[in-house]
Design a protein. Structure first.
Length: 252
């Protein structure tokens, strides 16, 4: 069975959303993309969605639910950084209806247990909260903390989660692994689940120069399409990179 590829671009501001909507099948809306993406408020989400649709585009909308940023040293990130907080589920329940009203179709979150595996109880509750507002749950890069990506993928699929981001590197620093090793790990995860029910979405430095390699494991891509004008400036959206990735995923 052929699975249609999905090109997802994370955005944290309305202007970038308008630009990215020309290329993306789905926008992942957050605040503070430089901190890996944190929970936006519903008003911000609504402004981003409004801008994304200004030119007649209609990408799917995912919204990030991540209350605290991971440590700046990505090599130091561990399961404790993605343990559920005391008020997390209550806040999710408060935000979900407003996220749905603002145009989101899914909420992206990541709660893991002490072993780095998806936190079954918390995620089961999150799926129920999301469904009450007509939303789906997706998982973020905390997936890569799982010792066995196949186990993690099966757990999430069984809980009703629809997809996960994954860099294919063990831990939270994709630079520690070669692309070939990452692709192999992603392929193991993808082979463990039904691709029609659960998607593995490569992330973490996916570019037009290596997207074909990742496509050997799964057809989807999550990429910010950003470039840094200099070492002292924040990343800016790169239309050329977004267009190149779009052509790779959706050739004419």
């Amino acid at each position: 069975m052929s699975i249609a590829p999905v090109f997802e671009i994370p955005v944290d501001d309305p202007l970038t959303a308008r630009a990215a909507a020309r290329y993306a099948d789905r926008l992942e809306v957050c605040r503070d993309l430089e901190a890996e993406g944190l929970t936006p408020d519903p008003d911000h989400l609504a402004r981003v969605v409004e801008n994304a649709r200004q030119d007649g585009e209609s990408p799917q909308i995912a919204v990030v639910f991540q209350e605290l940023p991971p440590p700046e040293d990505r090599r130091a990130v561990g399961p404790a950084d993605f343990a559920v907080g005391a008020g997390d589920l209550a806040r999710l329940a408060d935000l979900a209806p407003a996220f749905a009203e603002a145009g989101a179709g899914s909420i992206v979150l990541g709660f893991v247990d002490d072993d780095g595996l998806p936190d079954r109880e918390t995620i089961r509750s999150a799926v129920e909260i999301a469904r009450d507002s007509g939303l789906e749950i997706a998982f973020h890069r905390a997936f890569d903390l799982a010792p066995d990506p196949a186990d993690a993928a099966r757990i999430l699929a069984e809980l009703g989660v629809v997809r996960t981001l994954a860099a294919g590197a063990s831990g939270y620093d994709a630079s520690v692994a070669e692309v070939a090793t990452r692709v192999e790990r992603l392929a193991v995860a993808a082979a463990a689940v039904d691709p029609a029910r659960f998607a593995i979405v490569p992330c973490g430095g996916v570019r037009s120069t290596n997207a074909a390699d990742f496509a050997r494991a799964t057809p989807h891509v999550h990429a910010s399409c950003r470039r840094r004008p200099s070492a002292f400036e924040l990343g800016v959206f790169d239309h050329d990179e977004a267009a190149a990735l779009r052509r790779i995923l959706h050739p004419a």
